[in-house]
Design a protein around this ligand. Structure first.
Ligand SMILES: NC(=O)C1=CN([C@@H]2O[C@H](COP(=O)(O)OP(=O)(O)OC[C@H]3O[C@@H](n4cnc5c(N)ncnc54)[C@H](OP(=O)(O)O)[C@@H]3O)[C@@H](O)[C@H]2O)[C@@H](O)CC1
Ligand SMILES: Nc1ncnc2c1ncn2[C@@H]1O[C@H](COP(=O)(O)OP(=O)(O)O)[C@@H](O)[C@H]1O
Ligand SMILES: [Mg+2]
Length: 281
């Protein structure tokens, strides 16, 4: 039976907990963001900064070599691991145990990157957020759906969703197909849009925050960082998805009276995360 839930402040406060006073960065969660390719390193800059500003203790990125200096200069708080290749990711490897991984922003769809993603999917056991070109790679290789770890969070925009599940002819059919996908592979699907819906099996969560200011480049990359950070901090996948989508939209609602819709950019989401959190205290 289909259940519908509205994501509002009451729903968030059912599970939202402020940070413990005696916490430290070592137990506050370590997020790993994997992505970037030549010309799209900015996507990982946005995701990783958003992850830090959402409260996890440590953030590491895995990017192609060409992004090393860009990342280190743009966000000194983030640690950087690089692939052997300059322009795209060809072999994902890291020497620590992250608490959550976000993969896809700016990663591209190079053949080498596709192979690296397949190897990663076969071995990964860490809670996972899959976005952007990692979703597009999956859509090109539908047999890999079976490798999706249960509880993974997929964050497609409408075009990425269509590539994953195929075309629909009505809103009703879109939801039916997305629910079937979620049930079949036991994954959570964040159907980004205006508004965003989150599908967890037969439960549909509808977000109540956000506005057209979010229709700007990199806004989804920021969402990936936010959700990955919440996962790394120990939230259940569905809670990380709900809280992440709510906070992401709330930043735009808070900011828009200052920035206007036109001048709001993805970095403004990151800059207003603090005020969004404060509104929950
Ligand atoms: N600074 C950076 O480094 C940035 C890097 N980025 C990275 O670039 C990579 C490619 O990602 P991408 O999403 O731009 O390309 P793609 O998957 O072809 O989708 C575009 C097409 O989808 C559609 N569409 C989208 N939204 C829709 C909506 N709400 N409602 C309806 N339709 C919608 C629309 O299709 P149309 O309507 O035109 O047919 C549009 O043309 C990816 O790795 C990403 O992380 C970007 O994040 C930008 C900043
Ligand atoms: N008109 C809108 N109203 C509310 N939210 C929107 C609107 N347009 C886009 N968004 C949100 O902005 C984000 C866009 O994500 P995405 O298309 O992946 O961006 P990018 O790939 O450029 O980072 C999604 O979270 C989506 O819900
Ligand atoms: Mg995107």
């Amino acid at each position: 039976m289909i259940t519908s839930v509205s994501i509002d402040k009451n729903e968030i406060l059912k599970f939202y907990k402020p940070i413990a006073v005696d916490t430290h960065k070592g137990i506050q969660g370590h997020a790993l963001l994997i992505g970037g390719s030549y010309g799209k390193i900015g996507a990982v800059c946005l995701s990783s900064k958003a992850a830090l500003k959402t409260g996890c203790g440590l953030v590491t990125v895995f990017i192609p070599k060409c992004g090393y200096e860009i990342l280190q200069i743009a966000i000194p708080e983030v640690m950087v691991l690089t692939d052997a290749k300059k322009r795209c990711i060809s072999n994902i490897s890291f020497d620590f145990q992250p608490n959550a991984i976000g993969i896809g922003p700016g990663i591209g769809q190079h053949e080498l990157t596709q192979k690296a993603f397949l190897k990663f999917l076969k071995t990964n056991t860490t809670p996972l957020v899959i976005d952007a070109d990692a979703l597009n790679i999956l859509s090109q290789n539908k047999a890999w759906f079976l490798l999706l770890q249960s509880g993974s969070i997929l964050t497609p925009h409408p075009k990425e969703l269509e590539r994953l599940i195929g075309k629909w002819t009505s809103e009703e059919e879109k939801f039916e197909k997305t629910i079937s996908f979620s049930l079949q592979y036991n994954v959570i699907i964040v159907m980004k849009g205006a508004p965003t819906h989150i599908i967890d099996g037969e439960t549909i969560y509808k977000n109540t925050t956000g506005n057209p200011a979010l229709a700007t480049a990199g806004s989804g990359d920021v969402l990936t960082g936010i959700i990955t950070s919440l996962l790394a901090q120990g939230h259940e996948p569905i809670q990380a998805a709900i809280l992440g989508v709510y906070l992401h939209g709330l930043t735009a609602d808070i900011a828009v009276s200052k920035t206007g819709i036109q001048s709001f950019i993805a970095s403004d989401i990151i800059d207003h995360l603090g005020e969004a959190f404060l509104s929950l205290e």
